[in-house]
Design a protein around this ligand. Structure first.
Ligand code: 3HC
Ligand code: NAI
Length: 707
């Protein structure tokens, strides 16, 4: 008979086998209740003379998602997971882990501490702690190298990537094809182990590695791990598995785990873990809101964005009709997609057959009538309101009732686009980021009339095409591009005031961005920003210094990498930016013309001048309700703009600096920079309020939602 040890853990018996079952939905996190339950169940079964062996299993779809991350902030570790695992490993009765579904982090460590492991073929296992800014702290760094080998363990622990259980030689003692067969096989194995010597992982030795192995490994991951604190600690912990006896290795692991846990990066990455999931919690719909089936998609425009967007759907097995105005443009667009897929095939990421399967899902057309049966259309034509409106009028005429009509506009008013149709409730923004087949972010833009079922359908569809969706409201540039405006503006203004592009880029690169604003601008093409400025000259006319150096660069033909000259110069066929004194000359001339005094600018000023106005804009966005929570902004910046995840996103970063400190700095620049400071450095009222009250963004949002 099943006996609950706690709601989260129960025990049962099959003959002389005790079965401990984890039941802590949604992911069997090893919360205090689970750890206590497992400890008590083990203690009870080990004392029970009618029991010869133990099986640990789960009755939800996962074996376990690991330690309960929400408990990290509470500091309540009792009973510590390593102690519970020690109890299991030292048991004098054989213990078998029955791995029915994903086993991650502490969940896999629980399985590693058992004496035998049986798993369902295909189940994913991994030690993803590094993504939370920590390392496996319940023996994973010591037991995995013993069961598999150092190289496998190191790769898994430092990358945090899961692997299919059958690919890890040495990990399992038996594999079964279906979850239904698992328990019986586990019980048989447990029965057969009775009376035999108990194989404890801690008793195994670690196979040696060649000299220089760890240094070689460090070099091989240096680029991906740049700026991160935890990966080096992960490596040191695995090194300890070779250098030290098991017990001391565990101690070293524990010490390194605590170093990581105390780091600001761990807090930032754990914040981000929940931020990403919270982005999916949307107040505009609920569990009962229906969704619309999306079996067929139309895309208008096969340019840079349309092509990438189409690939997302083909990758998910969803057929796409791709519409262009001219057959040549269509052919070109399809050829680019094919080339992208073939490049992936050359790198071994796709088979030739998969390339053909995906291409077969993409059907080109120049006829709107061919969109009559699609469930969703995404428009990705030129960024011109008149062109977009004309497209939506035609879609309104041909699309079936209930089809969702989406625009990929990056700046334009989605309400105005919606009004070009007779069904504004079906219109929504789906703002992908370039390259659209690679970037994870999708800003879902809710217009005034967008229906809740349309929002829910698009938010869920994002998961199908492997995007992280964040719901935002309508304003110029939505969240991401609106906040990037002050970032670019300040980079340009600092150049005018005497900082060089390479100084500015270095500061941002060292902060953790993949590249600084000038390298990025040159890659994208400085003409893009120029055209955006052309469309809003009235709004910026009051400031003659606004991006004036960037304007002069474009007017001098220095449009970036594609011209071999931008904020830097480039040698033929080489993308490495080379500092160019001509750019500094242009900046000097413009500064003189405008009466701006050039000076030495400190790294601190560069960083604050570029990041704090971006954060200030984020505060305005929050207050206006364009983003519903600060953590949504963090998700947008990490997945859309390469903001270092170990800083948690700009709003989390702001809180680590202190909102009062950000406010003081902004006010300082407001004063220091004269009229320019008055124009651009006025603190957002929300920032003033929170700095005064000491409230966090989350506390403020909670209070607002309750009032
Ligand atoms: N602790 C607490 N909550 C967790 C959790 C965990 N380990 N894993 C997931 N959750 C929560 C999520 O926040 C989410 O909550 P919500 O519904 O309120 O937003 C809910 O569980 C469902 O999570 P997902 O939406 O991510 O569910 P999926 O089915 O898409 O994915 C998963 C499941 C693959 C297990 C994924 O949740 C995941 O990767 N979890 C984290 C795994 C991990 O990092 N484990 C290591 C933890 S640290 C550790 O074990 C330390 C040890 O070494 C000592
Ligand atoms: P693009 O110029 O590469 O592609 C636009 C395509 O639309 C061209 O192939 C053109 O022939 C086609 N087109 C124009 N009018 C059309 C019509 N009436 N019917 C059918 N096809 C038509 O432009 P890109 O970069 O792909 O941008 C498209 C949209 O995506 C714009 O709204 C842009 O703001 C937005 N966007 C662009 C991003 C980028 O980084 N390029 C990022 C996010 C959004």
């Amino acid at each position: 008979m099943s006996q609950p040890m706690s709601a989260a853990v129960s025990t049962d018996t099959q003959g002389r086998i005790g079965i401990i079952t984890l039941h802590n939905p949604p992911v069997n996190a090893l919360s205090k209740a689970v750890r206590t339950g497992v400890r008590d169940a083990m203690t009870h079964l080990l004392q029970d003379a009618a029991i010869d062996a133990v099986v640990i299993s789960s009755d939800i779809g996962l074996f376990s998602g690991g330690a309960d991350i929400s408990e990290f902030a509470t500091g309540d570790v009792e009973p510590p997971l390593p102690d519970v695992l020690e109890l299991i490993e030292q048991a004098d009765k054989p213990v078998v882990a029955a791995i029915n579904g994903p086993a991650f982090g502490g969940g896999l460590e629980l399985a590693l501490a058992c004496h035998y492991r049986v798993a369902v073929t295909g189940v994913k296992v991994g030690l993803p702690e590094v993504h939370l800014g920590i390392l496996p702290g319940a023996g994973g760094t010591q037991r995995l190298p013993r069961l598999t080998n150092v190289e496998t363990a190191l790769n898994m622990i430092v990358s945090g990537q899961p692997a299919a259980v059958q690919s890890l030689s040495g990990l399992t003692d038996a594999l079964v094809d279906t979850p239904e067969a698992l328990l019986e096989t586990a019980c048989n194995l447990a029965q057969a182990a009775v009376g035999k010597p108990i194989p404890r992982t801690s008793d195994k030795s670690v196979a040696a590695v060649p000299d220089g192995f760890f240094e070689g490994f460090r070099k091989s991951v240096a680029r991906q791990t740049r700026g991160f604190y935890a990966p080096e600690r992960c490596i040191r912990a695995v090194e300890a598995s070779l250098e030290l006896p098991f017990e001391q290795g565990l101690e070293r692991e524990g010490a390194l785990f605590m170093e990581c846990m105390k780091s600001p990066q761990a807090r930032a990455q754990q914040h981000f873990f929940f931020a990403e999931r919270a982005a999916g919690h949307v107040a505009d719909y609920d569990r009962d809101t229906p969704t619309r089936p999306i079996a067929r998609v139309g895309i208008i425009g096969a340019g840079t964005m349309g092509g990438g967007i189409a690939m997302n759907f083909a990758n998910a097995g969803i057929p796409v009709r791709l519409l262009e105005i001219k057959p040549e443009a269509l052919e070109k667009g399809l050829a680019v997609i094919r080339r992208n897929y073939e490049n992936s095939a050359r790198k071994g990421k796709l088979t030739e057959a998969q390339v053909e399967q995906r291409m077969a899902l993409l059907q080109g057309t120049t006829e709107y009538a061919d969109l009559a049966d699609v469930d969703l259309v995404i428009e990705a034509v030129f960024e011109k309101m008149a062109v977009k409106k004309a497209v939506f009028e035609q879609l309104d005429a041909v699309c079936k009732p209930g089809a969702i009509l989406a625009t990929n506009t990056s700046t334009l008013d989605v309400n105005e686009i919606a009004r070009a149709t007779s069904r504004p409730g079906d219109v929504i923004g789906m703002h992908f980021f370039s390259p659209a087949n690679v970037m994870k972010l999708l800003e879902v833009v809710k217009a005034d009339d967008t229906q809740p079922d349309v929002i829910k359908t698009v938010m869920q569809l994002a998961k199908t095409i492997k995007k992280v969706a964040v719901l935002v409201g309508v304003c110029f540039g939505f969240v991401g591009n609106r906040m990037i405006e002050p970032y670019s503006r300040e980079a340009n203004r600092l150049l005018l005031e005497g900082a060089s592009p390479q100084d500015i880029d270095r500061v941002l690169y060292e902060f953790g961005l993949p590249m600084g604003p000038f390298t990025m601008g040159d890659m994208a093409g400085l003409d893009i920003g120029y055209f955006v400025r052309e469309s809003r000259r009235d709004a910026i006319a009051h400031d003659p210094s606004y991006c004036v150096v960037a304007d002069k660069l474009v007017e001098a033909g220095r449009v970036g990498l594609k011209a071999g000259r931008g904020a830097y110069r480039y040698e033929e066929g080489n993308r490495t930016p080379i500092p160019d004194p001509e750019v500094l000359d242009i900046a000097r001339q413009e500064a003189e013309r405008l009466g701006v005094q050039q000076r030495d600018i400190s790294e601190q000023e560069i960083l604050e001048r570029i990041l704090y106005p971006l954060i200030n804009e984020g505060c305005k966005i929050l207050e206006e309700g364009i983003a519903s929570k600060a953590s949504d902004i963090d998700v947008i910046y990490v997945y859309g703009y390469g903001f270092p995840i170990y800083r948690g996103g700009p709003m989390h970063y702001a809180e680590t600096i202190g909102l009062d400190n950000i406010l003081t700095a902004l006010k300082g620049y407001q004063k220091q920079l004269g009229q320019y400071g008055q124009d651009w450095f006025t603190p957002a009222p929300l920032l003033e309020n929170l700095a005064a009250s000491g409230q966090t963004f989350a506390q403020w949002a909670k209070q607002r939602s309750q009032s």
